[in-house]
Write a protein that binds this ligand. Structure first.
Ligand code: FES
Ligand SMILES: [Fe+2]
Length: 352
């Protein structure tokens, strides 16, 4: 059931892939692995497209790196995608083949201001999926200057275990005593927007809060929560920040194995006010990236203790009020499972 749910979620939802600043130049690309697919988002002379990282000739991977700038040329026989079409060496040898039809397997793209979303066959419009989270994402996207840090490795656990861990602060004191725990996050408030949720938590560490508040004058932010904000975009994505000077974008993508999650994190840093040198904040961004990496590794260590078969879409028997977002996640998964069952029974009833 779980693998079927993972595939259903991947195929029926929009997924935040990147910020516009990550694909500014022709040839810029970024690759994410999900299930048995590699999704590439690519700048083709200013047009941003999303495609399966497999050559339409005989399936060789186009990109072996997770990000960079490189022509979309297949290393096997040289097929090259450029300005929306393929250039094929030795065309005269493909007698009887309609080479005009050659293309990548493409996926849909949508912009939410400067955030790029991709979808296979989303079952709702992006504004319906995001609800009231959309204007917040738009405001955040306008302020992003670029990517400061990139981190990718596999968590040895199911993605739902990793997401649920990211959705509850109950573990912070024990798992992150010297990293995230230093902020002394308070109970705060959960906002629910469809299947998405946001946790706003004030900092209990007043010294740290005052220090961070003083930096505010360097930035002009369309959206700022003066505390810790963690935005969950159902199903696979988190965007979190302390005071909004940078955002940690995290993906917990399902793999085709039950105890493995493709984890990606990036630090998106916000633009400073005109006249302020970006170098001013380099040490802040570097230390944020370092702390985040530590937090993720601590999360990974604890998550790999939790076997995949402990997960169920039903609420856990014992749940604290600090686990409200986890309960909401499970309710969303139950709803998705029901949709999945309805879709497959409709498809079956349509068989001749
Ligand atoms: S597999 Fe890519 S050109 Fe042949
Ligand atoms: Fe954590």
């Amino acid at each position: 059931m779980n693998q079927a749910l993972d595939t259903f979620l991947w195929e029926t939802h929009w997924h935040l892939a990147c910020h516009r600043s990550e694909l500014l130049a022709h040839g810029d690309f970024l690759r994410l692995t999900i299930l048995d697919r590699e999704v590439v988002v690519f700048n083709d002379h200013g047009e941003i497209i999303a495609f399966d990282n497999r050559c339409p000739h005989r399936g060789a991977r186009i990109y072996l790196e997770n990000h960079g700038n490189q022509a979309a040329t297949c290393a096997y026989h040289g097929w090259t995608f450029n300005r929306g079409q393929f250039f094929i060496p030795g065309q005269e040898h493909f007698k009887g083949c309609d080479l005009n039809r050659v293309d990548f397997r493409r996926w849909q793209t949508e912009w939410v201001a400067d955030f790029l979303f991709v979808g296979v066959a989303p079952n709702q419009a992006i504004e319906d999926q995001l609800g009231d989270v959309q204007p917040i994402l738009e405001d955040i996207s306008f302020g992003v200057m670029g990517r400061h840090d990139w981190n990718a490795y596999d968590f040895q656990c199911d993605w739902k275990i990793a997401i649920e861990n990211a959705l509850e602060p109950y573990h912070v004191d024990l798992v992150h005593p010297h990293s995230l725990g230093v902020l002394d996050l308070q109970a705060g408030q959960n906002d629910f927007h469809g299947k998405n949720s946001i946790w706003y938590a004030p900092l209990g560490n007043a010294k740290m809060a005052n220090k961070l508040a003083r930096i505010s004058e360097f930035f002009s932010l369309d959206f700022q929560y003066k505390g810790y904000a963690s935005i969950y975009i159902y199903p696979f994505t988190m965007l979190s920040s302390t005071f909004g000077y940078s955002y940690s974008l995290q993906h917990f993508l399902p793999s085709s194995l039950p105890n493995k999650t493709h984890f990606y994190s990036r630090l998106l840093t916000m633009a400073l006010k005109p006249g302020r040198s970006p170098e001013l904040m380099n040490s802040l961004f570097a230390s944020t990236a370092e702390t985040n990496r530590r937090v993720f590794e601590e999360d990974h260590q604890i998550c790999q203790r939790v076997p995949a078969d402990t997960w169920s879409p039903e609420p856990p028997r014992y749940a604290s009020d600090t686990e409200a977002k986890l309960l909401h996640f499970r309710a969303s998964c139950r709803e998705a499972l029901q949709q999945m069952i309805n879709t497959s029974s409709t498809a079956t009833s349509e068989l001749p």
